[in-house]
Design a protein around this ligand. Sequence first.
Ligand SMILES: [Zn+2]
Ligand SMILES: [Zn+2]
Length: 152
Amino acid sequence: MTLSPSAPADPEVLRQSIRAAGLKVTASRVAVLQALQSRPHSSADNVFESVRDALPGTSTQAVYGVLAAFTEAGLVRRFDPAGSPALFECRVRDNHHHLVCISCGAIRDVDCVIGAAPCLTPSDAHGFTVIAAEVTFNGLCEQCRETVPPTG
Ligand SMILES: [Zn+2]
Ligand SMILES: [Zn+2]
């Protein structure tokens, strides 16, 4: 038996954050947000699998729509690792980064490289004011390091 990584979020708190983001509260939005809180870095398919029992009649398309609305409203952050479908998480606005295992796809959050956004300076900003920097560290997770011989 395994314990879930985090306690299930209070649906009332979820409803409040949906409202605070300027969106209408619907059963599917609450379910999608709940699924993301218990399992961060989920793809739309992962979310669909966790909500379909609670939401009979929902579709992957509907889940995509909810995720797009959440991302636009800043409630959810979309993350696009190379070679994987887009992933979504509730941890927003902290400019955190990601460690991605190139073998099994495991993902870990990494806090800002120097503590505040943007935590990296481009070698040439071309006149831009840089607001945020997103870094993906690709590598092998601890588990894969044991089983996959290094390439090269
Ligand atoms: Zn791995
Ligand atoms: Zn993350």
